[in-house]
Design a protein around this ligand. Structure first.
Ligand code: NAD
Ligand code: TDX
Length: 352
């Protein structure tokens, strides 16, 4: 049994599906079901005894203690977070609570649980903290990509809260010996991503004939990784990562935002041509995000050298699959946009 937090969100849900497809090991999934949590994504697991869903908050110490003692997981894979940079700018409070206080609560619960464990289970226990490349700050155009030794220079309330959580995880290892590993990953994309993030927002807006808002000059650069590659990296680090280490995870795929959006427009022109003309007509340059980091780039050589992980999906195939997925799943999108997905728990899913 493993405990996953945030397993109803974009990456967490992809991870739960990927984990159960790749291993028979059961998962207890603790998720608060904020606006970003969507059990409809996990509907294929209804009735599957290997998946136990618990609606709850990672800040609730009594609940986390009870889950650890009931299910005796051999690992915690910690995804739960507030994840959207723009939301963190408009309202940083929840980011501090979930990302900082929530991680602290989990670490304390894990420390107590692990401290009471007997060998050999104790030696095998792992706390895997899922984090981001944004903790390293912004790179100059010609600067070398982030390695694991790059200093922390977070610039947004989101990245500052994730940096704080990374530091807590590090300290709990250094001080208490808690067996932790941390992954710092670049921008993920793929099925089931909430349409507030760049790629799904552009697909959904284009299909609705709405403006495609490009922040600033559109030349901000991100590294993009297909979500199932992130899932395989996490499985690899969980299995073989060295204790107390951090591993950068990336797609070797740096791209300016405008290139991403134009690529989506071209794929849609081919797969779902619009009578109104090419989708690029919808490109709209808007006011820049405050404090907008110019460039992120990940040097993922350590995880390849030590653990043999490399991304399997190219951007060309990954972005096509992603656009196709949104074309094939209008109900998922409609339910997210109408808020109807929130009803899923009450009507369609047995929650403990
Ligand atoms: P998401 O916003 O799609 O999902 C977050 C999930 O956490 C949701 O299901 C939400 O209900 C849950 N949650 C939020 N607060 C909670 C709380 N207090 N208690 C329990 N559950 C709570 O996020 P995502 O994009 O899937 O990201 C998952 C993790 O990966 C985050 O830690 C994020 O920082 C990290 N990450 C994301 C990316 C990316 O590109 N999306 C890249 C690198 C790292
Ligand atoms: O409408 C938009 N227009 C636009 O130009 C949106 C939503 C975004 N952008 C730009 C801002 C960024 O430069 O596109 C880029 C990507 O934006 P987001 O999808 O909001 O992602 P980002 O801010 O890079 O952060 C993401 O990657 C790292 C995730 O949201 C984080 O959780 C993860 O840690």
């Amino acid at each position: 049994m493993i405990l996953v937090t945030g397993g109803a969100g974009f990456i967490g849900a992809n991870f739960v599906l990927d984990w159960l497809a790749n291993s028979g090991e059961p998962v207890v999934n603790l998720d608060k079901l904020t606006y970003a949590g969507n059990l409809e994504t996990l509907k294929s697991l209804q009735g599957d005894a290997r998946h136990v869903f618990v609606q709850g908050d990672i800040c609730d110490r009594a609940l986390v203690d009870a889950l650890l003692h009931e299910h005796r997981p051999r690992a915690i894979v910690h995804f739960a977070a507030e994840s959207h940079v723009d939301r963190s700018i408009h309202g940083p409070g929840e980011f501090m609570r979930t990302n900082v206080e929530g991680t602290f609560t989990l670490l304390e619960a894990a420390r107590a649980y692990w401290g009471d464990m007997a060998e050999p289970a104790k030696a095998g226990f792992r706390f895997l903290h899922v984090s981001t490349d944004e903790v390293y700050g912004s790179l100059a155009p010609d600067a070398a990509a982030f390695t694991e030794t790059h200093g922390y220079e977070p610039n947004s309330p989101y990245s500052a809260s994730k940096a704080a959580s990374d530091h807590l995880v590090r300290a709990w290892h250094h001080t208490y010996g808690l067996p932790v590993v941390t992954t710092n990953c670049s921008n993920n994309y793929g099925p089931y991503q909430f349409p507030e993030k760049l790629i799904p927002l552009m697909i959904v807006n284009a299909l609705a004939g709405k403006a495609l808002p490009i922040y600033g000059d559109g030349m901000n650069v991100r590294d993009w990784l297909y979500v199932t590659d992130h899932c395989s990296a996490i499985r690899t680090v969980l299995a073989n990562g060295r204790l107390g280490e951090t591993y950068n995870v990336g797609g070797w795929n740096e791209m300016p935002n405008i290139t991403i959006v134009k690529t989506i427009c071209a794929i849609l022109d081919e797969l779902r041509p619009s009578e109104a003309g090419p989708y690029e007509r919808l490109l709209t340059y808007v006011t820049d995000r405050p404090g907008h980091d110019r460039r992120y780039a990940i040097d993922a050589r350590k995880i390849e050298r030590e653990l043999g992980w490399r991304p399997a999906e190219s951007f060309e195939t990954g972005i096509r699959k992603t656009v196709q997925w949104y074309l094939d799943n209008p109900t998922w999108i409609a339910n997210v946009q109408s808020g109807a997905y929130r009803e899923w728990v009450a009507t369609n899913y047995a929650v403990r």
